[in-house]
Design a protein around this ligand. Structure first.
Ligand SMILES: [Zn+2]
Length: 52
């Protein structure tokens, strides 16, 4: 599940984030998403909730 304020690379919450592998970042640590990313994720979440 996508967390709007989760890692900018993989979307995982900071508390649960250790080292994760995800392209294109590869092995990375939690990084704050951009305001734009947060906004887009919230919109995505809203649209998936109303989808069948
Ligand atoms: Zn991550």
């Amino acid at each position: 599940m996508i967390n709007p304020s989760g890692c900018r690379w993989c979307g995982i919450d900071q508390r649960e984030h250790a080292q994760r592998w995800k392209p294109p970042a590869g092995w990375h640590q939690w990084e704050q998403p951009t305001q734009d990313q947060i906004k887009r994720r919230m919109q995505e979440r809203r649209s998936t909730r109303s989808a069948p």
